[in-house]
Design a protein around this ligand. Structure first.
Ligand code: GLC
Length: 649
């Protein structure tokens, strides 16, 4: 298997960033042997992944061995990447051979690594320690030394038909797996046989895969997550355009799809190709800002859970992390440290009035910065990036904790705000007019509890409560410990509104009437108390559970899981629920929505073994806290402070 020197250079990352600055001819790649698979067999077994896109695109097949990309084309515009799958070759033979092969990208050439298809072994990590090393027996997650305790909790949890629900969920999750050249690489968004319009729910969404990936990690099934991380990394280098305009290079797709296409001139042979969507086909044509952030978070979780740090250490993976960071940390016109994004760039992927600096993106951004800092290899070339990252972390946490936080005290402060303060030491920095305080909030705000608002712009505070942003602010320590407890207090106090008959409201309250017309553009899917507009999303259970475990209040999550268990399986795992109290299955909700299934499973697995939540949590960083205190004392709200400083951490 001769690999040319040029290819090796590319594969080893020395010619990164990928898919650029290369003069390699396609011929070079044809010399790389492709994995040979029995496609007929594959089609029968995994029909969902093989559905063909309506519009066929140009195909530049990147050939892979053992399901791993080995190179790239010399063309400047790639639209699909793929691997050849030829009939009549022995699948088992090739697979067995490939089991023994090492990865050929990045650093893998210079040192041994985990086989592509082989079973990775769970290594103990510092976080888990020997006593907590995860083990898996007969599909039941247990921890060394904690077997009895875990068992007791599980027994308590597994009353009645709960075990059956979990079994069903695992079967459904496995049925949703998408294969690429016979390797599991993700899960489709929904597997709803009753739905006549599939839209893009047969694709692997990056954000939707996160709970699936975590469920597999917690179950000790690491390969699918590893494959997902590495294949989506390849998609990052896509040259993507919309109407002749290209977004930034580090962008990760919102979703991708596997297609099986015949190889020219050979009827008996096919190849699998990956087709990403960066938003150029998505409804509203919005770039998914959250994808890259979730990718970094999952990468860290993979390393922590599996103990296999070789993935995050690879040169191409390091480059991928840096590309995402560079895109997020690029200078712009902004005065704020928060990321400025367009509407629909995250879980809420349609117009819902969240353009600007939505909390969800800021929480994921903060989390991804912390995760990336942990994983970036220390090297001189990254010094500037790491400095920028540290400065951003401090500024971002200050900004969110100070200006997004709202509770009874802060609300009263806003109520009495002076406006039009032209000065350096204005109290009402963003010129918020007190009349903006919505009447629902005056009634709603409990004396105990608080939350981070949805968005902050000049003269505008979006007072809606967005669950994911608040929960992930707890998980990532973007919120202070006091704020984190207060958010959970609010969820407990306002249970009837936020949880009701199905956890959890995506946002509260809903937009109605004229506001709905103007803000959503009269979106018939986002009608009041439906979908993104105050609908209830079972997938949010997993983020709720991680947040509750972090704050040592798992009983809140346990209660929410019990509520979900009453209906979710009988209702066929809907994507979302409608009405104020979440009583109806969503009007246009898909059934058998994978992240509803995976979210439930992750919640169950974590409640049975809370220490495993560490793979997702970012603990409060004491150096950041110190820097934060310095900023607080220099805050003009209290007193105009010193000159602008940068904090070197
Ligand atoms: C909906 C959700 C989005 C999700 C997609 C696929 O559009 O709003 O967050 O990724 O469905 O499930």
């Amino acid at each position: 298997m001769a690999t040319s020197k040029a290819i090796r250079q590319v594969l080893s990352g020395s010619l990164l960033p990928r898919l650029h600055h290369t003069d390699l001819s396609t011929n070079n790649f044809n010399s790389v042997h492709a994995i040979k698979t029995n496609v007929n067999n594959t089609r029968e077994k995994f029909p969902v992944s093989m559905r063909v896109l309506k519009s066929c695109r140009r195909v530049y097949a990147l050939q892979c061995r053992g399901g791993v990309f080995r190179g790239k084309t010399g063309v400047s515009r790639a639209e699909s990447i793929g691997c050849k799958c030829q009939q009549a070759e022995s699948v088992s033979g090739v697979t067995a051979e490939d089991h023994n092969e090492t990865w050929v990208m990045g650093r893998e050439e210079s040192r041994p690594s985990v086989p592509v298809n082989g079973t990775s072994s769970a290594l103990s990590t510092e976080e888990f320690g020997i006593g907590e090393q995860l083990k898996h027996e007969k599909g039941v997650l247990i921890t060394n030394g904690e077997l009895a305790a875990a068992g007791t909790i599980k027994d308590a949890l597994h009353t009645g038909g709960v075990n059956l629900i979990e079994d069903e969920a695992w079967n459904l999750l496995r049925d949703s797996i998408v294969y690429y050249c016979n390797n599991p690489i993700g899960t489709i968004a929904a597997n709803d046989p009753s739905s006549s319009s599939i839209l893009n729910y047969d694709q692997v969404f990056i954000r939707d895969f996160i709970p699936s990936g975590i469920a597999f990690l917690l179950k000790g099934e690491y390969d699918i997550v590893r494959n997902f991380i590495l294949y989506t990394l390849q998609l990052q280098s896509w040259e993507k355009t919309m109407d002749c305009h290209s977004p930034g290079q580090g962008l990760m797709p919102a979703s991708f799809k596997v297609r099986t296409v015949p190889i020219d001139g050979d009827d008996s042979a096919t190849k699998d190709v990956l087709d990403p969507d960066f938003g150029e086909a998505a409804i509203g044509r919005v770039a998914p800002v959250d994808s890259g952030l979730w990718w970094i978070i999952l990468l860290r979780a993979y390393g922590k859970c599996s103990g296999d740090l070789s993935v995050q250490e690879r040169v191409d993976v390091q480059t991928g992390i840096k590309m995402i960071l560079k895109l997020c940390l690029a200078d712009g016109f902004d005065m704020f440290p928060t990321l400025l994004v367009t509407d629909g760039s995250c879980m809420i992927d349609r117009r819902m009035g969240i353009h600007g600096h939505p909390l969800e993106i800021q929480a994921l951004f903060y989390s991804a910065l912390l995760c990336a800092r942990e994983m970036l290899a220390p090297e001189d070339a990254s010094a500037d990036l790491i400095r920028a990252l540290n400065n951003r972390l401090v500024a971002l946490s200050f900004h969110i904790r100070e200006y997004y936080w709202i509770d009874m005290r802060k609300l009263n402060e806003i109520y009495r705000y002076q406006t039009e303060e032209y000065s350096f030491d204005a109290v009402n920095k963003f010129n918020i007019y007190p009349d903006q305080i919505p009447s629902w909030l005056v009634e709603f705000m409990p004396s105990k509890g608080g939350y981070l608002i949805g968005n902050l712009q000049p003269a505008h505070m979006d007072f809606r409560i967005f669950s994911l942003g608040n929960l992930w602010s707890i998980v990532s320590s973007l919120a202070t410990p006091d704020q984190s407890h207060a958010i959970l207090d609010l969820i407990e106090t306002k249970w009837a509104q936020l949880v009701a008959d199905m956890p959890l409201k995506i946002c509260y309250p809903t937009l109605e009437g004229q506001e709905w017309r103007i803000i959503t553009g009269s979106d018939p899917k986002n009608t009041p108390w439906s979908y993104h507009n105050g609908g209830s999303w079972p997938t949010l259970l997993w983020q709720l559970t991680v947040a509750c475990i972090k704050m040592d209040r798992p009983e809140i999550a346990l209660k929410a899981v019990e509520i979900a268990e009453r209906r979710i399986s009988g209702d066929k795992w809907p994507e979302y629920y409608d009405t104020k109290a979440a009583r109806f299955i969503g009007k246009q909700a898909r059934l058998y929505q994978t992240w509803s299934i995976a979210g439930y499973l992750v919640a169950k697995l974590l409640l049975a073994n809370p220490s495993a939540a560490k793979i997702l949590i970012n603990e409060e960083d004491s150096e950041l806290t110190n820097a934060f205190s310095c900023m607080i004392s220099g805050n003009p709200r209290r007193k105009r402070g010193q000159k602008r400083r940068s904090f070197i951490i």
